[in-house]
Design a protein around this ligand. Structure first.
Ligand code: SF4
Length: 66
C-alpha cells in the first residue's frame, strides 16, 4: 500500500491522526496533515483505509497495488 496526502485539500480536521497516529500527524502551526509513513506496514492498513474514508476533505489517497 502506498499513501499520499494532499495538503492543499486538507482542512485540518485531524481525524486521520486520531485513527492512524503512526501514519498521519498534523503540523503544529496550522493542523495540516503530515504524512509520516508513505508505505505503512500491513498491520496499519485497516486504520489507514479508515482514515482515508473518514477524511472530510478526501485529502488521503491510497494505492493498494504496492
Ligand atoms: S482527516 Fe483529512 S482533512 Fe483532517 S487532517 Fe487528516 S487529511 Fe486533513
Amino acid at each position: 500500500m502506498k499513501v499520499s496526502v494532499d495538503q492543499e485539500k486538507c482542512c485540518a480536521a485531524g481525524t486521520c491522526a486520531m485513527v492512524a497516529p503512526g501514519v498521519f500527524d498534523q503540523r503544529d502551526e496550522d493542523g495540516i496533515v503530515v504524512l509520516l509513513l508513505s508505505e505503512p506496514p500491513a498491520d496499519l492498513h485497516d486504520s489507514v483505509r479508515e482514515a482515508a474514508s473518514v477524511c472530510p476533505a478526501m485529502a488521503i489517497h491510497l494505492s493498494e497495488d504496492a
